[in-house]
Design a protein around this ligand. Structure first.
Ligand SMILES: Cc1cc2nc3c(=O)[nH]c(=O)nc-3n(C[C@H](O)[C@H](O)[C@H](O)COP(=O)(O)OP(=O)(O)OC[C@H]3O[C@@H](n4cnc5c(N)ncnc54)[C@H](O)[C@@H]3O)c2cc1C
Ligand SMILES: *[C@@H]1O[C@H](CO)[C@@H](O)[C@H](O)[C@H]1NC(C)=O
Ligand SMILES: *[C@@H]1O[C@H](CO)[C@@H](O)[C@H](O)[C@H]1NC(C)=O
Ligand SMILES: *[C@@H]1O[C@H](CO)[C@@H](O)[C@H](O)[C@H]1NC(C)=O
Ligand SMILES: *[C@@H]1O[C@H](CO)[C@@H](O)[C@H](O)[C@H]1NC(C)=O
Ligand SMILES: *[C@@H]1O[C@H](CO)[C@@H](O)[C@H](O)[C@H]1NC(C)=O
Ligand SMILES: *[C@@H]1O[C@H](CO)[C@@H](O)[C@H](O)[C@H]1NC(C)=O
Ligand SMILES: *[C@@H]1O[C@H](CO)[C@@H](O)[C@H](O)[C@H]1NC(C)=O
Length: 484
C-alpha cells in the first residue's frame, strides 16, 4: 500500500513540475525537427508502436525518427540546446508510462529506423541497431549459422533489453545479453559520438552493461555471436494440484543445470486454471541429459516439447502468449530458490486478486527463472555492474506481470501488484531467503534497481556518469527509464 501511494505521489508531483516549470520550448524543437528532417516527424505507425496501452496513450509534442547515428546527434543537439525534455524509444517494450515516451511539452526520439543487423567478415560480431527486434536479428544471422544472446520474444527491442541485463535462452551458459556486448556506439550528452569497448573508453564500456538511461543514446551494439544450433524445447501446461511438485522440480533443475548451463526452465503460475513451464535446451535433443527429468515426470495436460527445432520456433511459441495493446505492469522480487515460497507467493496473489477471479479482462502471472551457478560464473567472468556472485549461490528471479483492459482501474491493479510484492518481500525476509537484487528489465518505477547492486558499483557508475555527462544534462532533460 505504502509503495503504491508513494508511486502515485511521485507521478503526480513530477506531472505538476513538468506542467508548471516547463517553458513551451518543445515547439522550437519540433519546428527544427520538421525543417531538418522532413517526413521523419510524427509518422503515425510509430505513435502507438508500444507494447503497453499506458505507453501508447502518452502524447509527446512530437516524435522524431532519425535514420542514422549522425541524425541522432543532430536531434539530440537540437533537443539539449533548446532545453526540451525528451524520451528515447527502441522496441517500446518497457511497459510503464513514461519509460520510453513523454507527455507534451516533451519530445520522443524514436530509434525505430535504426534497425539493421550486419555480420562482421569473420561472422564473430553482429552489428545491430537499437531499434531492431530480436526476431529480425535472428533472421538476419541464421543463414550464416550464427546466433546471439538475445531476447526470448520476437518483438522485444534490442535497445532497452541490453541496457538492463537481458535474459536469454543462452544466459545459463553465457550470462546476460549485456555481458556479451563487445562494443557500443554511444551519443553523449554533449553531442559527441564515441565508441565504448575494452580498448576505447573502457570505463564507459563497463557502465553500459547496466546503463539504463544514464549515459547516452546507443546507436549501435556489437554483439559476440555463437554458432547456431537446432534446439530441444517447448511448453507444457498442468493441473494446479501439481504446483508444489513443479516448484520442487525447478529446484532440482537449478542444481543440475549449474554444471553445463545448456538449459532454461521457466515456471509460470497465475490466475489461469492451469500453470505452465517452458523448456529450452541449446542442442538438438536432450539425449541422456537429466536436467529436466523431475519436471518432465509431472503429469501434464498439454505438451509441445520436441527436438530439432529452431530458436525462432521456440520464441514464436512464447510470443503467442503475450497480447500487445493491453494495460501492462511488471514487478520483480528475488529470493534464494525455495519451492514452498514459490507456491505461497502465488497463493497470496490469488487472495489479493480474488475480486478479479473469473474476470476475463484481467490476467496476471508470476514467472520464475533461476540464475544458477553456471550463469553466475559467466556473469562473474564478464564483470558487469550487477554484482551477482557465485559465492552468494543461485538466485530466483521473479517477473510478476499483469495485463488488463481499459475498463479496469489502473490504480487498483497497480496497488494490488505492489501489495503482493510487499507481502513477498516481508515473508521472504521472515524466512531468511530474501535477496536484495532487482532485475532492471522487470522492475517497476516505484523501486530503484541501482540501489540493489553493490554500493561500490553504484558509486563507480555515478562517477563514470559525471565524467561523461558533467552537467547532468540527461538527469535534467531525460526523465524516463531507470536513473542512477
Ligand atoms: C513480451 C515481452 C517479453 C519480454 N521478454 C524478455 C526476455 O526474454 N528477457 C528479458 O530480459 N526481458 C524481457 N522483457 C523485458 C524487456 O527486456 C524490457 O522491457 C526492455 O526494456 C525492452 O527493450 P525495448 O527496446 O523493447 O524497450 P523500450 O521501451 O524502447 O526501452 C526501454 C528503456 O530503455 C531506454 N532505451 C531504449 N533504447 C535505448 C538506446 N538505444 N539508448 C539509450 N536508452 C535506450 C528507453 O528510454 C527506456 O527507458 C520482455 C518484455 C515484454 C513486454
Ligand atoms: C552537436 O554538438 C556538438 C557539441 O556542441 C558539436 O561539436 C557538434 O558539431 C554538433 N553536431 C551537429 C551535427 O550539430
Ligand atoms: C526496419 O524498420 C522499418 C520501418 O518500421 C521496417 O519497414 C523494416 O521492415 C524494418 N527492418 C527490419 C530488418 O526489421
Ligand atoms: C485437477 O485435479 C483435481 C484433483 O485431481 C481435479 O479435481 C480437478 O478437476 C482438476 N482440474 C482440472 C482443471 O482438470
Ligand atoms: C517471465 O518469466 C517466465 C518464466 O521464466 C517466462 O515464461 C516469461 O516469458 C517471462 N516474461 C517476460 C516478459 O520476460
Ligand atoms: C533422465 O531422462 C533421460 C532421458 O530423457 C534418461 O536417459 C535418464 O535415465 C533419466 N535420468 C534419471 C536420473 O531419471
Ligand atoms: C532437423 O531438421 C532439419 C530441417 O528440417 C533436417 O534437415 C534434419 O535432418 C533434422 N535432423 C534430425 C536429426 O532429425
Ligand atoms: C470486459 O471488457 C469489456 C470491453 O472492454 C466489457 O464490455 C465487459 O463488461 C468487461 N467484463 C467484465 C467482467 O468486466
Amino acid at each position: 500500500m505504502v509503495q503504491a501511494l508513494s508511486l502515485v505521489a511521485f507521478t503526480v508531483s513530477s506531472f505538476l513540475i513538468s506542467r508548471t516549470s516547463a517553458v513551451p520550448t518543445s515547439s522550437s524543437c519540433c519546428d527544427a525537427f520538421r525543417s531538418q528532417f522532413p517526413g521523419q516527424v510524427d509518422i503515425p505507425e510509430f505513435a502507438t508502436a508500444y507494447f503497453s496501452a499506458q505507453e501508447s496513450d502518452i502524447t509527446p509534442s512530437c516524435r522524431v525518427n532519425p535514420k542514422t547515428a549522425e541524425e541522432v546527434v543532430q536531434v539530440l543537439n537540437i533537443t539539449t540546446q533548446n532545453g526540451c525534455k525528451f524520451a528515447v524509444r527502441s522496441g517500446g517494450h518497457m511497459p510503464w508510462a513514461g519509460s520510453a515516451n513523454i507527455d507534451e511539452p516533451g519530445v520522443t526520439i524514436d530509434l525505430g529506423f535504426l534497425n539493421s543487423t550486419t555480420l562482421s567478415d569473420d561472422k564473430g560480431v553482429a552489428h545491430v541497431g537499437p531499434g531492431a527486434r530480436w526476431g529480425s536479428v535472428y533472421d538476419a544471422i541464421a543463414p550464416e549459422g550464427r546466433v546471439v544472446v538475445g531476447g526470448r520474444g520476437e518483438d522485444v527491442g534490442v535497445g532497452g533489453f541490453l541496457l538492463g541485463g537481458g535474459l536469454s535462452f543462452f544466459s545459463p551458459k553465457f550470462g546476460f545479453g549485456g555481458d556479451n556486448v563487445v562494443g557500443y556506439q554511444v551519443i553523449l550528452a554533449d553531442g559527441r559520438i564515441v565508441e565504448a569497448n575494452s580498448q576505447e573508453n573502457s570505463d564507459l564500456f563497463w557502465a553500459m552493461r547496466l546503463a539504463g538511461t544514464n549515459f547516452g543514446i546507443v546507436t549501435r551494439y556489437d554483439l559476440r555471436t555463437l554458432p547456431s544450433t537446432r534446439m530441444w524445447g517447448g511448453l507444457r501446461s498442468y493441473n494446479l494440484s501439481f504446483a508444489l511438485d513443479a516448484a520442487n522440480a525447478m529446484l532440482d533443475f537449478t542444481g543440475k543445470v549449474a554444471a553445463e548451463g545448456l538449459d532454461t526452465l521457466g515456471l509460470d503460475f497465475g490466475n489461469a486454471d492451469e500453470f505452465f513451464t517452458n523448456f529450452a535446451h541449446i542442442e538438438p535433443d536432450i539425449d541422456n541429459s537429466d536436467v529436466f527429468n523431475a519436471t518432465l515426470d509431472i503429469p501434464f495436460t498439454m505438451d509441445t516439447t520436441r527436438s530439432n527445432v529452431t530458436l525462432k520456433n521456440l520464441i514464436q511459441e512464447i510470443d503467442a502468449l503475450f497480447a500487445s495493446g493491453l494495460h501492462v505492469a511488471f514487478r520483480t522480487i528475488s529470493f534464494t530458490p525455495d519451492a514452498q515460497f514459490m507456491v505461497d507467493l502465488w497463493q497470496e496473489g490469488l487472495k489479493i486478486f480474488a475480486p478479479y477471479q473469473g474476470n476475463p479482462n484481467v490476467s496476471w502471472t508470476l514467472g520464475y527463472s533461476p540464475i544458477s551457478l553456471s550463469m553466475l560464473r559467466a556473469i562473474e567472468a564478464a564483470d558487469d555492474a550487477q554484482g551477482l556472485a557465485t559465492e552468494d549461490g543461485a538466485i530466483m528471479i521473479t517477473n510478476l506481470s499483469a495485463f488488463w483492459t481499459d475498463d479496469i482501474s489502473e490504480d487498483d491493479m497497480q496497488s494490488k501488484l505492489s501489495q503482493l510484492i510487499e507481502w513477498g518481500k516481508a515473508t521472504a525476509q521472515e524466512r531468511g531467503i530474501w535477496r536484495k537484487y532487482l532485475y532492471l528489465n522487470y522492475a517497476s518505477p516505484d523501486v530503484d534497481p541501482y540501489a540493489s547492486i553493490p554500493t561500490d558499483n553504484a558509486q563507480r557508475l555515478r562517477s563514470i556518469r559525471k565524467k561523461f555527462d558533467p552537467e547532468d544534462v540527461f538527469l535534467r532533460l531525460w526523465p524516463g527509464g531507470f536513473k542512477l
